[in-house]
Design a protein around this ligand. Structure first.
Ligand code: BGC
Ligand code: CA
Length: 241
């Protein structure tokens, strides 16, 4: 028994043919009706999915579109230079810069301070003023060096040449024991170095206990007299490593 109101138009679901007719009949529909046509087209497009509600189909379509977009973005990102790649190139740039800087520093490196002379791993300072022997020791200590102690024949020849006949103190004396010569580092004067005394020296003429460069060789002289002096220090290594 039909319990519906007979005056009310009977609600009837549209069949596929009815809907086709509505679309092809040329009847103009309101914007509200457009939604109806669009969902109908979508349902036809999805074929057997025509029975699936339009909202679900729309969601599926959106999901598929979103997935395609996401995959495309992921492919782009994976092909682009990654952050690790950027990090590596930055590190390489810094490394190159450091190599250049090190080469620059190596070129600037000097084995001896300004106004000192380098010879066989050591630096020598030839004074321009004159002091007594003890004050000459102090002058060298004040610059972190020592009144020259001669270790080799080559060093002796080099220093003798550079004193250019100027009376110049060296770190050698017999102050502790007359006639026994010792260097400031405590080492005794070797026999092989005795040949550097000038002829007739050391003669301790009137108490002479300190050694000097004089003419072609060495002379013992009065420690209180003022003469030039030479300081010696080890040189600064200038390696590039
Ligand atoms: C020096 C002496 C030296 C002598 C040599 C003098 O002028 O003071 O130390 O032994 O000359 O002739
Ligand atoms: Ca003498």
């Amino acid at each position: 028994m039909d319990m519906s109101d007979p005056k009310k138009p009977m609600a009837r679901h549209l069949g596929p043919l009815d809907e086709e007719e509505l679309i092809t009949s040329g009847i103009r529909h309101s914007p509200k009706d457009f939604g109806f046509q669009w969902t109908y087209g979508l349902r036809r497009f999805t074929g057997c999915l025509g029975q699936v509600p339009a909202s679900l189909a729309l969601q599926l379509f959106s999901l598929a579109l979103f997935t395609v977009l996401l995959v495309a973005i992921l492919v782009q990102v994976s092909e682009a230079p990654g952050s690790q790649g950027l990090e590596n190139s930055k590190q390489e740039e810094i490394y190159q810069e450091l190599t250049h800087l090190k080469a620059g520093v190596a070129r600037l490196c000097r084995p001896c301070p300004w106004d000192w002379t380098f010879f066989q791993g050591n630096c020598y300072f030839f004074s321009k003023t004159q002091r007594n022997w003890h004050d000459s020791i102090t002058a060298c200590q004040e610059v972190g060096a020592q009144l020259v102690v001669i270790k080799t024949a080559e060093e002796q020849n080099f220093l003798q040449l550079l004193t250019s006949n100027r009376l110049t103190w060296m770190g050698l004396s017999d102050l502790k024991h007359e006639g026994t010569w010792h260097w400031l580092d405590g080492s005794p004067l070797l026999l092989s170095f005795m040949k550097y005394w000038n002829k007739g020296e050391p003669n301790s003429s009137g108490e002479e206990d300190c050694a000097e460069f004089r003419s072609e060789g060495w002379n013992d002289s009065k420690c209180d007299w003022r003469k030039f002096w030479i300081c010696k220090n080890t040189s600064t290594p200038c390696s590039s490593d």
